[in-house]
Write a protein that binds this ligand. Structure first.
Ligand SMILES: [Ca+2]
Length: 354
């Protein structure tokens, strides 16, 4: 894994002021600077979301500054490094949670990494909070969009981090100063409804680390757009697309992971892909956006939205007629990589090591 310093990030960000107005004028000239925080390995949508970010970067619409992992398995970093290499960007810095939730290996991160020749590395990935501090410290103010598609463990710890050699700012100041916007797949905002098939339990990304979610969402003073459970649950990624991708390239690490996650063929909700689409393409109007307000995370992890004209939170609203448009664009982005990546081979295993 590449853990070296991010060189000249300030210059890069300075060239791309990255404001919403700039992007409206020419989105390709002002790519969105993205930091992704993911629980890679718990569900397959994280892998597809990261593939889409790579395609959006190919199209000049974003730049992936780094990826923080909230799943506490060493295979999460191994698999993510494999995916990044497959997509042509092995140099993307990775950071891993320490003593985090969900330590199991899940159903694809170890299996696919081993099958495709990416062995377990003896080199421990950088701490996710250190990576996040380093990335943010090197960027211009209000230039970063953070996309979180897992638990809030890393972001909560980042906010609580003290000044250090990386930055004289504590985590709260650093995050508030550098981050323009947070887009989060978390919570449930379907009035009067419970989470499908979950008997009204709190949404997974919240309930897996409730204290982190409460700490981050209640204290972060910046703007957050939530993509609730109900949004991605209504957008089904078609399993037949994966079957075709596997026919073209049996070594595709994402299609292979999809087939390893559940018995094929199956369609899967697009929770994490949805928030990526909105974060990088907010002007495409894939979704409606709620009025401003405040999201409250109850001690049991249930989320509620309190309208407030001065609030910094909003949530996405899915109109049924947009579902085919979203699926079309999601597949177009996935197609750029799933049938065109460079297949890793066992003889090249050393290049896949972290
Ligand atoms: Ca996820």
């Amino acid at each position: 894994m590449e853990n070296g310093p991010v060189i000249n990030r300030k210059e890069t960000c300075a060239r791309h002021p990255n404001s919403a107005a700039d992007r409206r004028r020419d989105p390709r000239s002002h790519p969105v600077s993205v930091v992704l925080d993911t629980d890679m390995g718990n569900d397959i949508d994280d892998a597809l979301a990261l593939v889409m970010l790579h395609s959006l970067q190919d199209a000049g619409e974003c730049e992936i500054l780094g990826v923080a992992l909230s799943k506490d398995s060493p295979w999460a970093a191994v698999y993510t490094g494999l995916l990044n290499r497959f997509c042509g960007r092995p140099q993307i810095p990775l950071g891993a949670v320490r003593d985090g939730p969900t330590k199991d290996e899940g159903k694809f991160i170890r299996q696919i990494a081993e099958t495709l020749g990416a062995g377990h590395s003896t080199k421990e990935p950088e701490d996710a909070v250190v990576l996040l501090r380093r990335l943010l410290a090197s960027c211009e103010d209000q230039s970063v969009v953070v996309i979180t598609i897992g638990f809030l463990t890393n972001l909560s710890r980042l906010m609580d981090s003290p000044p250090d050699d990386i930055s004289p700012m504590d985590g709260m100041e650093l995050f508030s100063r550098k981050v323009q916007h947070v887009c989060s797949m978390a919570g449930c905002f379907r009035p009067g409804k419970t989470i499908g098939g979950d008997s009204g339990n709190p949404e997974y990304n919240i309930r897996t680390d409730i204290s982190a979610a409460r700490n981050f969402f209640h204290r972060f003073p910046g703007t957050v757009t939530f993509s609730g459970f109900e949004v991605g649950a209504s957008i089904l990624f078609p399993g037949d697309f994966i079957e075709k991708a596997l026919e073209e390239n049996p070594c595709d690490p994402v299609a292979s992971a999809y087939a390893s996650f559940l018995p094929m063929p199956y369609d899967r909700p697009s929770w994490d892909q949805s928030v990526v689409l909105h974060a990088v393409r907010p002007d495409h109007a894939y979704f409606d956006v709620s009025e401003p307000g405040r999201v409250n995370v109850a001690p049991d992890g249930r989320t509620s939205f309190i309208p407030d004209g001065h609030g910094r939170h909003r949530y996405l609203i899915l109109r049924e007629e947009m579902i085919p448009v979203i699926i079309r664009d999601m597949l177009a982005l996935c197609s750029m990589k799933l049938s065109a990546g460079s297949p890793p081979v066992a003889s090249d295993a050393s290049a896949l090591q972290l």
